[in-house]
Design a protein around this ligand. Structure first.
Ligand SMILES: [Zn+2]
Length: 257
């Protein structure tokens, strides 16, 4: 059964689409990290490193169930032949994970794409929108900065044709206690999803946080952040004690800041 966290009336469900090693050495992906810091990080998240020192990452999406509503945050690496297939371990298994959680794709009414990197958009459109009844919230700033013809054909045009595309900016309320919030830096329009009930807070981070090194040392820059300083500011602002983080790439889906 998928791992879950409950906050008041909301349940957050972790859905793992895949798992594999990163395409470059982690010392290159996080160039500022000392050997001493790596040792601390490996104690914090021992499942994120292989015996030969490679970064072993998960590719995860999260469903937020609240009343009759289902919000899906990110759509993983996707099926064979997806845009992530050049570097990620496709095919992903999100359809099986959704079924195990008792979620039919038709039940999803909102899809939030944290950003437009290919390991987050894999199942969004598979020929046609994979979630036929969902509004897709996509950050406008990412479309402007990262748009390219493959994305037109394989993401934007199919969603436009069915009237499911919503380009968003800033903070967007989704349901009572569930809000998409702007966390720019990894990409210009990057967004995370905050779930808040009765004083409890859970943040579905997206790539605001990609590795436990950014939990142990939140100022740590990641090579693939488009604006590392802005990413650091977004991260340090949100990683406050007491918040639960739901992360796509760490070895455990739920961690405490
Ligand atoms: Zn990612």
């Amino acid at each position: 059964m998928p791992l879950t966290r409950t906050l008041g009336p909301a349940t957050v469900v972790a859905l793992q689409d895949g798992e594999g090693t990163f395409f470059q050495p982690r010392e290159e992906a996080f160039p500022q990290v000392s050997a001493k810091l790596w040792a601390r990080v490996d104690e914090r998240d021992p499942g994120a490193v292989t015996a030969d020192g490679q970064w072993l990452l998960r590719f995860r999406c999260f469903a937020v169930r609240h009343g009759d509503h289902v919000t899906l945050v990110d759509t993983g690496i996707g099926p064979a032949g997806s845009l992530a297939s050049s570097w990620a371990p496709v095919p992903g298994r999100l359809p099986d994970e959704l079924a195990a959680a008792g979620i039919d794709p038709a039940d999803v009414d909102t899809v939030v794409l944290s950003h437009l990197h290919t390991d987050h958009i894999g199942w969004a459109v598979v020929g046609t929108p994979y979630f036929p009844n969902a509004a897709y919230l996509i950050p406008r700033a990412d479309v402007e900065a990262m748009g390219r013809p493959e994305l037109d054909d394989r993401l934007f045009t199919p969603l436009e044709q069915t009237g499911q595309l919503r380009l968003v900016e800033g903070d967007v309320p989704i349901a009572a206690g569930v809000t998409a919030i702007a966390t720019p830096g990894h990409t210009p329009g990057h967004q995370s999803v905050l779930v808040e009930y009765a004083g409890e807070r859970l943040l579905v981070t997206g790539d605001l946080l990609v590795h436990a090194v950014q939990l142990v040392a939140p100022e740590t820059a990641y090579l693939h952040e488009m604006d590392p300083e802005l990413a650091r500011d977004s991260r340090t602002k949100l990683l406050k004690a007491g918040i639960t983080l739901a992360t796509p790439h760490l070895s455990e889906p739920f961690v405490r800041a």
